[in-house]
Design a protein around this ligand. Structure first.
Ligand SMILES: Cc1cc2nc3c(=O)[nH]c(=O)nc-3n(C[C@H](O)[C@H](O)[C@H](O)COP(=O)(O)O)c2cc1C
Ligand SMILES: [Fe+2]
Ligand SMILES: [Fe+2]
Length: 400
């Protein structure tokens, strides 16, 4: 990534990883990602925010050299996950004069995750301002966006908010042109789904704080800057509101097509009654399961209902459906309803096994519809009734 001037006193000089395919070995990143790092130069002191991941230290060091930064007074750690803090020791070797600054939680976690003794960290408290001379960075902790240690810093003089992972996106825009807004919004949504949605309850508070600061620019730890912060703040406000569209997300896995036939029939009936359905195949041989599951999770950010279609395998759900359930349980989308349909051969405990994987999901569980083998004429009638029941449930949300 090139060095970019963000404002009179702020430079962006982090690293790009355009070839990254999965973040945390889980989240698909079709546009790669960036590990953003910033330098803020006051009249007296120079601060660097977030020392990138260890693999990217060369990019950071060469950017610092290109920007003529020969001295750093403070290395601020906003969040100790290794993608932002991994290179701390390596950066220190180059700038041994720098003092490492972070909240008590950051200090604790630097020790936990990087074995950097907490005693080496100069502590900063909430609302405390690190004076750089004519400029100051004010500490605004944002616990659980998405780790306990995430911290924002507010540069009042230039109204710049360094927001850590919050408001980020996994998007390494080509260095020779501006970020594509469509891709930026798309990757912000998938990033929200997989990184922020699990802790969306805590986000409302952080969002209100961000709004109150009224930033001119938001600099997140991943992806492009927000030069019109209202765009991302409005998006997040709609996400955390828990408002849902009256549509169905339908992940499907099927070994011999029986469950798939049920899913397609139900989807057709629902669509015919005006309920949009998004089918996601969890068994696409050309697509890593993480990509399929990621698309489902993203689709649930604002969907009213999810209907899982899966066969019984060894008494429980097909393992792809089981993995999907684990994901939904972890990511906690604001679904109002969840349902399970599928085929079995001789005896099934799929319903119990599936829902045992979903203890955290608050959604109301609709009746399970299981069909023995290939659906018969009678089963199609049951699916007709099922479509009607789902439609009534969804319509009751808009009336309620
Ligand atoms: C490996 C394997 C294990 C299965 N285990 C069970 C089972 O424990 N209980 C059951 O009722 N059916 C079991 N079945 C049968 C399937 O559930 C049944 O064939 C179903 O119709 C498959 O649906 P599909 O066409 O959507 O894959 C199993 C099938 C396979 C291939
Ligand atoms: Fe993180
Ligand atoms: Fe991150």
């Amino acid at each position: 990534m090139k060095v970019r001037k963000i404002s009179e006193h702020v430079l962006s000089l982090g690293a790009a990883d355009p070839g990254l395919q999965y973040f945390d070995k889980l989240m698909p990143t079709p546009y790669g990602t960036t590990y953003n790092s910033f330098v803020v130069r006051g009249e007296k002191k120079v601060a660097l925010l977030d020392p990138v991941q260890s693999d990217s230290i060369d990019q950071l060091l060469s950017n610092l050299a290109a920007a003529g930064i020969k001295h750093i007074d403070y290395i601020l750690s906003l969040h100790t996950e290794q993608d932002h803090s991994g290179a701390t020791e390596l950066l220190w070797q180059r700038f041994p004069e720098a003092r490492l600054v972070g909240t008590a939680k950051v200090a604790e976690f630097l020790e936990t995750h990087l074995n950097i003794p907490a005693s080496r960290v100069q502590l900063i408290a909430e609302n405390e301002t690190l004076d750089l001379g004519g400029l100051g960075l004010t500490c605004v902790p944002i616990p659980f966006a998405h780790w306990p240690d995430n911290t924002m810093y507010w540069l009042e003089e230039e109204r710049i908010l360094f927001s850590s992972d919050l408001y980020g996106s996994h998007y390494a825009a080509p260095p020779y042109k501006a970020a594509d807004e469509k891709i930026h919004l798309e990757t912000t949504r998938s990033y929200y789904a997989e990184i922020m949605m699990p802790t969306s309850k805590q986000l409302a508070r952080h969002l209100a704080k961000s709004r109150a600061l009224d930033p001119a620019i938001i600099c997140p730890a991943h992806g492009p800057m927000w030069y019109e912060p209202d765009k991302v703040l409005s998006l997040y406000e709609s996400y955390v509101s828990g408002k849902v569209d009256l549509r169905v997300v339908m992940p499907v896995v099927s070994m011999h097509d029986s469950s798939k036939i049920m899913a397609y029939y139900l989807a057709e009936k629902l669509e015919a009654s005006g309920i949009p359905v998004n089918i996601h195949h969890l068994d696409n041989p050309n697509q890593d399961l993480r990509v399929s599951m990621g698309k489902v999770v993203e689709d649930t950010v604002d969907a009213a209902c999810l209907i899982m279609a899966a066969p019984t395998v060894l008494t429980g759900p097909h393992p792809a459906a089981g993995a999907m359930a684990l994901m939904l349980n972890a990511f906690k989308p604001p679904l109002k309803y969840i349902a399970l349909i599928g085929s079995f051969g001789w005896g099934s405990q799929i319903e119990k096994r599936f829902y045992d994987l979903l203890p955290q999901l608050k959604a109301e569980r609709l009746a399970t519809l299981l069909v023995k083998g290939l659906p018969t004429e009678e089963d199609y009638k049951l699916l007709d009734d099922y479509a009607q029941m789902v439609k009534e449930k969804l319509t009751s949300i808009s009336e309620g």
